[in-house]
Design a protein around this ligand. Sequence first.
Ligand SMILES: Cc1cc2nc3c(=O)[nH]c(=O)nc-3n(C[C@H](O)[C@H](O)[C@H](O)COP(=O)(O)O)c2cc1C
Ligand SMILES: Nc1ncnc2c1ncn2[C@@H]1O[C@H](COP(=O)(O)OP(=O)(O)OP(=O)(O)O)[C@@H](O)[C@H]1O
Length: 142
Amino acid sequence: MVRALAQGTFDLLHPGHIHYLEEAARMGDELYVIVARSANVTHKRAPVLDGRQRRDMIGALEVVDHALLGHESDIFVPIEEIDPDVIVLGHDQHHDEAAIERALGDRGIDCGVRRASPRDPAYDGELLSTGRIVDRICERRC
Ligand SMILES: Cc1cc2nc3c(=O)[nH]c(=O)nc-3n(C[C@H](O)[C@H](O)[C@H](O)COP(=O)(O)O)c2cc1C
Ligand SMILES: Nc1ncnc2c1ncn2[C@@H]1O[C@H](COP(=O)(O)OP(=O)(O)OP(=O)(O)O)[C@@H](O)[C@H]1O
C-alpha cells in the first residue's frame, strides 16, 4: 500500500487544487492531505477560512482518504505519524525538495519527494488561484 502525502492552504477551492490532489492520489494507493494552520501561512495573505473548514472541505473530496490540520510548529511531526512513501509538492510550493529529503533522512524517514504539475486554464477566465478569486470578489462585490 503506497501512501502519498499532499499539503497546502486550500482556502477557497478551485480546479487547480483538484488537479494537484488527483495527481497526488495517482502517485499512491492512499492519499493523506495536511492542511496548513492559518498561523503558518505567512508567505501570502492570511486565509479567509478557518483551518477546520478548509480541512473539512478537502476531506470531503473523493480522491482524499484522510485530511488533517498540520502541526503548529514542526511540519515533521505529522509526517512521522503518517509515515508516507511519497510527499507530493505542489508545482509552485516554495519548499525545497532536496532540503526536505535531507530532513527526512536525518529523521530516519524513508520517503521520496516528487513535484506535481501545474494545471493551465481550461477556458478563458478559469480562475486557478485563491488569491485571484479573492481579488475577483473584491472587484465585483465590494
Ligand atoms: C511536507 C510538508 C509538510 C507540511 N506540514 C505542515 C504542518 O504540519 N503544519 C502546517 O501548518 N503547515 C505544514 N506545511 C506547510 C503548508 O502545508 C504549506 O506548504 C504552506 O504553509 C502554505 O503553502 P501553499 O502556498 O502551498 O498553500 C507542510 C508543508 C510540507 C511541504
Ligand atoms: N493551478 C494550479 N495547478 C496545479 N496545482 C495548483 C494550482 N493552484 C494551486 N495548486 C496547488 O494546490 C496546493 C495548495 O495551493 P494553495 O492553497 O497555495 O492555492 P493557491 O490557489 O495557489 O493560493 P494563492 O493564490 O493564495 O497563492 C499547492 O500545492 C499548489 O501548488
